[in-house]
Design a protein around this ligand. Structure first.
Ligand SMILES: [Zn+2]
Length: 235
C-alpha cells in the first residue's frame, strides 16, 4: 500500500542515503522521524521547565532594571555536556537552520502557555558588523525567525544596532559585564511597538539584554519587554 505518507517516508529515506543527517549534539545518525537532534539527546537537555514567567531565575535578572513582563530560557547552559554542545553548534558551526529549529521548538511549547500574548515584535540581540562578517549570520536572528514562524510576530532587525564589538563576556563579573556592554547598542526612535520580546542565545547575568533594552528605552520610553533565550548560564 502506498499512502502519501509512506511515499514521503520513502523519499526521506532515499534522501538520507544520499545525504545522511546527524544529531547536532552527539553526532549519531538521525532516524527518519528525528530532526536536527536525536531523541536521546533531546531527553538529556537540562530544561528549565518553568510555568511562572513573571517570577523565575530569568525574569528576576531584570527586576528594577528595565520594565519587564515575562522572562524564560529553554534550558540551563552548562560549560560541558549536551547544552554546551548545542550552543557551540548554533554559534560556530554555521547552523542557522539549527537556530531556527530550536526557536520554533521553544515557541510551540510557549504558545500553549500564552507566553507571547500582547507581544508586538521580536528584536534579536544584534551582532556588531565585524562579528557578523566573521560568523556569517546572527544566531539570535535565526532563533527569532523560528519563533516568528510559529507565532507570526514580526522580527525587527532595523530598530537597534550594536555599535561596540564587545561580545565576549566570559571571565567577567556581573558588574564588569554591565560596564562592558554599556553603550554597546543604539536604537532608533518612534519604534512602532509597545511590548517587545528580546531574544538571545545565552544569558548569564542579563547584562547584554539590559543594555539593549536601555538603548531602546532611551529613544522609546514607553516600551516594555519580555525576554527569551535558549540558554541560562550560571554566574
Ligand atoms: Zn544525539
Amino acid at each position: 500500500m502506498h499512502s502519501m505518507a509512506s511515499i514521503k517516508t520513502w523519499f526521506t529515506d532515499f534522501y538520507n542515503v544520499l545525504s545522511p543527517r546527524f544529531c547536532a549534539i552527539c553526532g549519531e545518525k538521525l532516524n527518519t522521524t528525528e530532526q536536527k537532534i536525536c531523541s536521546a539527546c533531546l531527553i538529556r537537555l537540562p530544561y528549565l521547565r518553568r510555568t511562572d514567567f513573571l517570577d523565575n531565575e530569568v525574569s528576576r535578572l531584570f527586576w528594577a532594571k528595565i520594565p519587564i513582563e515575562r522572562g524564560h530560557s529553554f534550558m540551563y547552559y552548562h560549560k560541558k555536556g549536551p547544552s554546551h554542545e548545542l550552543v557551540m553548534k548554533m554559534k560556530y558551526n554555521h547552523r542557522p537552520d539549527l537556530c531556527q529549529w530550536i526557536g520554533s521548538m521553544m515557541a510551540r511549547d510557549l504558545v500553549q502557555k500564552h507566553y507571547f500574548e500582547g507581544i508586538d515584535a521580536i528584536v534579536p540581540v544584534p551582532l556588531h558588523w565585524i562579528r557578523f562578517i566573521e560568523r556569517g549570520y546572527n544566531q539570535s536572528y535565526y532563533i527569532s525567525k523560528g519563533i516568528s514562524d510559529v507565532t507570526k510576530i514580526q522580527v525587527s532587525t532595523s530598530w537597534a544596532k550594536r555599535i561596540k564589538n564587545n561580545e565576549t563576556q566570559t571571565h567577567k563579573t556581573a558588574s564588569e559585564r554591565l560596564i562592558n556592554v554599556k553603550d554597546a547598542f543604539q536604537a532608533r526612535s518612534r519604534i512602532p511597538a509597545r511590548h517587545i520580546l528580546l531574544v538571545d542565545d545565552v544569558t548569564t547575568t542579563g547584562s547584554t539584554l539590559i543594555a539593549l533594552a536601555l538603548a531602546i528605552l532611551k529613544e522609546n520610553p514607553d516600551v516594555v519587554f519580555s525576554v527569551l533565550t535558549v540558554g541560562k548560564a550560571l554566574d
